[in-house]
Design a protein around this ligand. Structure first.
Ligand code: HDL
Ligand code: ZN
Length: 426
């Protein structure tokens, strides 16, 4: 179907309807490569979270319920998962309308699974999940969400995760690996202790031989995991270069390793860990970072590729400018505190206006399997809206757009930009 507009605006209204219908249909149809998540196949045991009680106790909702109906944290953490879920349900869904994005997300999941949310029946939801076979349920979720695969967050410093890889993990077709190395770059003394625990003899001072050990550690885990990329989350005060062990490890180990393996290095910058420690995973905060450090990395290492997502809304425009200057920088996602409709809309709009279609608009960051059923439908709708506006702006210039053009563009946004950035011939 060729969508042709005449120069008069009189058919614009009708034509914009055709555009909107066509874009909505295609945006629903094109599968997603979900390039950053915290979900896992069943072989990862307790690391795979799913079902209504996990949805209701997502750390975003723990933070929200502790603001709406504060409890002493000692009391909160003594509750069972189900008791915590009951508390969240009572205070954020029953006593208040569940209008926050994380609350609405639970309802979108339930609706997608066929529940009548208006019945507000938690008991029925629990019964449904208790009857699910997890292997079949995973397929149900990925199919309904139209997600081709999810990239996990694989942390070799996590004991539970390490045990899975040691028992020769059979790759699950819906899950890919990403090697996450936060402890290596946050504090060398801690990192060297953790390395020694795994039999990698790195001394307390960062000598050349210690750097060799770090590289051996990376290679050993990459041989096991076959990661699509290497990732780290960093405090907003991240500096590069500087005179700390972090710069030496980046220069001597991380970047040569990533080049040798021909994989990108994902920088996730702006998290202030545990500003409220009592909230545990829900206790992290956000800070604006100085993007000149990312600029230095991209400029000084043109042979390395950098996937970059930033946690502060105030950093997003600068990230678009940097992406225009450095082809080895690929911005991705509306991360964490940015993953709400008003900000996804703003970020996607400015990215399209400054980068065209050369960015990765979203990742789910799903921590609970079922969240794919809300994070993607919510974001697809916003991305479709912005795309429609841009196509209509185009058409006012006399440009015409075919269905194939739209399909090609959406495939870039939903998978091709990520997948082509993974190899050097991007
Ligand atoms: O560091 C990260 O990958 C973050 O996404 C954290 O896991 C955070 O807790 C989160 O789940 N954000 O959505
Ligand atoms: Zn994450």
């Amino acid at each position: 179907m060729k969508l042709k507009l005449d120069a008069e605006n009189k058919t614009m209204h009708n034509t914009s309807n055709v555009i909107r219908t066509t874009v909505d249909t295609i945006v629903e149809e094109i599968p997603i490569a979900d390039m950053h998540t915290h979900i896992y196949p069943p072989s990862f045991g307790s690391l795979l979270l799913w079902g209504i009680d996990e949805l209701l106790t997502y750390h975003y909702l723990i933070a929200e319920v502790m603001q709406a109906a504060p409890l002493p944290v000692e009391t909160l953490w003594k509750l069972t998962r189900r008791e915590q879920a009951d508390y969240v349900w009572e205070h954020l869904f029953v006593r208040r309308s569940p209008i926050s994005e994380a609350c609405r997300g639970v309802l979108t999941c339930m609706q997608s699974l066929g529940f009548d949310a208006a019945k507000r029946n938690l008991k029925e939801a629990r019964l449904y999940f208790s009857e699910q076979n997890i292997d079949e349920y995973i397929e149900t979720v990925f199919r309904k969400a139209n997600v081709s695969y999810a990239v996990m967050t694989n942390d070799p410093f996590d004991g539970a995760e390490r045990n899975v890889w040691k028992t020769n993990y059979d790759e699950h077709p819906r899950f890919k690996a990403a090697l996450r190395i936060d402890p290596l770059l946050s504090n060398w003394e801690t990192a060297s202790n953790l390395l020694r625990e795994q039999g990698f003899e790195a001394g307390p001072s960062l000598t050349d031989s210690a750097l060799t050990v770090v590289r051996r550690f990376l290679d050993a885990w990459a041989d096991r995991m076959n990661p699509l990329y290497l990732a780290v989350s960093l405090h907003p005060n991240f500096r590069y270069p500087d005179d700390t062990p972090r710069t030496r490890i980046i220069d001597s180990c991380i970047l040569p390793f990533a080049q040798d393996r021909d994989i990108p290095f994902a920088l996730m910058i702006g998290v202030k860990k545990l500003i409220n420690p009592g909230l545990k995973l829900a206790g992290d905060g956000v800070g604006k970072t100085d993007l000149s450090n990312v600029e230095n990395l991209c400029l000084q290492h043109p042979a390395n590729r950098f996937l970059v997502t930033l946690l502060s809304r105030e950093n997003q425009h600068e990230l678009c400018v940097l992406a225009r200057k450095f082809p080895n920088l690929m911005p991705f996602g509306c991360w964490w505190f940015l993953n709400v409709p008003s900000i996804i809309e703003e970020i996607t709009r400015e990215r399209m206006e400054m980068l065209g279609l050369s960015f990765i608009p979203q990742h789910s960051d799903a921590r609970v399997l079922d969240q794919l059923l809300y994070k993607w439908p919510h974001s697809r709708r916003i991305i479709a809206n912005v795309l429609c506006d841009k196509y209509e702006d185009l058409m006012r210039t006399g440009w015409t757009v075919s269905v194939e053009d739209i399909r090609r563009d959406v495939m870039r946004l939903f998978s091709k930009n990520f997948e082509s950035f993974l190899s050097a011939d991007f």
